[in-house]
Ligand binder design. Sequence first.
Ligand code: 5GP
Ligand code: MG
Length: 196
Amino acid sequence: METDIDTVLIDRAEIAIRVRELAAQIAGDLATADVRHPTIVPILTGSFIFAADLIRHLPNYVQIRLISISSYPGTAMVSQGATVKGQLTNLPDHLGGSDVLVIDDILDSGRTLRLVVETLERRGAGSVRTCVLLRKQRPEAMATPVDYVAFDIPDVFVVGYGLDFNDYYRNLPDIVSLREEVIEGASDGRAGLPGQ
Ligand code: 5GP
Ligand code: MG
C-alpha cells in the first residue's frame, strides 16, 4: 500500500496538531453559544477517523448519530453531480431542537454537505454547524458555506485518514495522493486490488 503513494500532502503529526486546535475552537464556540450537549453527525464512511479523533478532544457531553450518504459510486474520481444515493440512517425523524455538528471528510462539489444540512434543518435541528477535514480549492467548494475547515488543499484526488479509493487506503495515517499508474490501473480494470 505504501508503494502506491505519490505525495504526502499532510502527515499524521500535522493532522494531530490541527485536529486538536480545531476541537478547541469548536469547544470555545459551543460554550459561547451555550451549547452543552451537541449532537455529532459524522458522515460515513470517509469521516470516521477524523470524527473519532476530533470528538475525543471535545469536553462536552455528546451524542453521536452516524449517517450515510453516497454521492461517489464505484471507481469514479469525481463526485457524480446528478445523484446523491443512499439515505440518512440512525437519525431520528425529529431532532427536537438539537444543536448539531456535522462532520464530513472533504468538501468538493458541496452537494453532500448541502443535502445533509437541509435534511437536518427539515428534521428540526435547533442549530446546524458544519466541519470538514479537507476543502478543495475549487469554486464550488469555496462557495459552499461551512463553519470549520481543518485544511484547504489543492484540487487533487487524495486518500488516507479515512478517505478511500475503491474503498481502500482509508487506513493510511497520512493524507496522500496516489501514483497515476495505481489510479489508471484500477479504473481501466487492469488491476484487481490496488497495489497488485
Ligand atoms: P461533494 O458532495 O462535496 O462533491 O463530495 C464530497 C464527497 O466526495 C466526499 O465525502 C468524498 O466521499 C468524495 N470525494 C471528493 N473528493 C475526494 C477526494 O479527493 N478523495 C476521496 N477519497 N474522496 C473524495
Ligand atoms: Mg464521503
